[in-house]
Ligand binder design. Structure first.
Ligand SMILES: [Zn+2]
Length: 341
């Protein structure tokens, strides 16, 4: 891979100190904490997942803008923040990025929803990047193509609407869920009737219909948003129910049968954005799987190495911490051994 990896530091008790010097090498296999600057835990946790997404970093490093930008350019400040994070002498490598987001209504001293901020950042990259080719490649990294198919129950005409997701919005039910349950629930056909009936262009009136979502393509970075926050009548409730998720997934086992053409796709978990506490006054942390195959827990400036069992403590249920966003990376074909004929 040609990356400079720093392996085998003798950290007492397996804990990684916040500041590590590594004889001028860039610490690609390690993590660093980020100070909490004005309730920045949500952006800090997201920045940790962006830093762990080496594919994103490689695309950003190919972008060499010649023009000068003001301090409102999100892709540029993200690129700078990710570079600065690798230099452990910089105590606040994310400060300019936070200021930049503040200019785009992701204000400091405010609690944010990590999935919303994730979307805002990716959308601003699309809008503000001078190299549209690289911007498109960044979008493709995360892009999930779906098709909403609505079938009229009378004439059987199917109306198809293409749509894209940058994160998979998976619902959960109260009680215990597996990730597969959430996927199955997402793809369950919905009946649209009464006030929700769909306008059929053939029947030329609103008809009872069945709506189902069809998956068209999967990305190399699969971001999953567990829909733990539910709003109704101006009040947001958090579902703390258990959702278990595996370290690696085979989409063949996750998706309903009609998606089998896409199913032979394997992913490995490398990032978990965790929410703790109440919807409006919670705290975000992250678990990151590094290129040297270790899990780390990152709570703002504090970081330490953890086991996979500790990552599993974010499943929810009785636990305080609940996983909110999951980042899976596709395993390359050479990583998944093919069976010989
Ligand atoms: Zn019809």
């Amino acid at each position: 891979m040609g990356m400079a990896l720093c392996k085998g530091f003798p950290f007492p008790g397996g804990r990684l100190p916040d500041f590590v010097t590594c004889a001028g090498l860039q610490l690609r296999g390690s993590v660093r904490g980020l100070a909490n600057c004005g309730l920045s835990c949500c952006i800090n946790a997201l920045l940790q997942t962006f830093a762990a997404t080496t594919e994103l970093e490689e695309l950003l490093s190919r972008w060499q803008p010649s023009e000068t930008f003001d301090k409102k350019n999100v892709p540029l400040e993200l690129k700078r923040a990710l570079d600065a994070m690798k230099d452990k002498r910089q105590s606040s490598p994310h400060l300019d990025f936070l200021k930049c987001l503040h200019e785009h209504n992701i204000c400091r001293l405010t609690q944010h929803d990590a999935d919303e901020v994730f979307h805002t950042i990716l959308n601003l990259i699309q809008k503000q990047m001078s190299d549209q080719q690289i911007a498109a490649e960044i979008k493709n990294l995360y892009k999930i193509d779906v098709e909403e198919c609505t079938e009229c129950e009378k004439c059987r005409n199917v109306h198809r609407t293409p749509n894209i997701f940058l994160s998979f919005p998976l619902p959960l039910h109260e009680g215990e869920n597996t990730l597969m349950d959430c996927f199955r629930m997402f793809f369950k056909p919905q009946r649209l009737e009464g006030s929700e009936a769909f306008y059929c262009v053939k029947c030329e009136e609103k008809m009872s219909s069945t709506q189902r979502c069809k998956l068209v393509s999967l990305p190399s970075i699969l971001c999953i948003n567990l829909k733990r926050f539910r709003s109704s009548r101006g009040y947001t409730r958090k579902l703390k129910d258990k959702v278990s998720f595996p370290e690696s997934i085979n989409m063949a086992e996750m998706l309903p049968e009609e998606h089998s053409q896409l199913a032979e796709r394997r992913y490995r978990l490398y990032g978990v954005v965790v929410h703790t506490g109440m919807p409006m006054m919670g705290h975000y942390t992250a678990y990151i799987y590094t290129t040297d195959s270790k899990w780390y827990y990152i709570d703002d400036s504090h970081t330490h190495q953890v086991s996979w069992e500790e990552v599993q403590s974010t499943y929810g249920g009785r636990e305080r911490e609940t996983a909110y966003m999951l980042l899976y990376r596709t395993l390359s074909s050479e990583a998944a051994p093919e069976s010989n004929p």
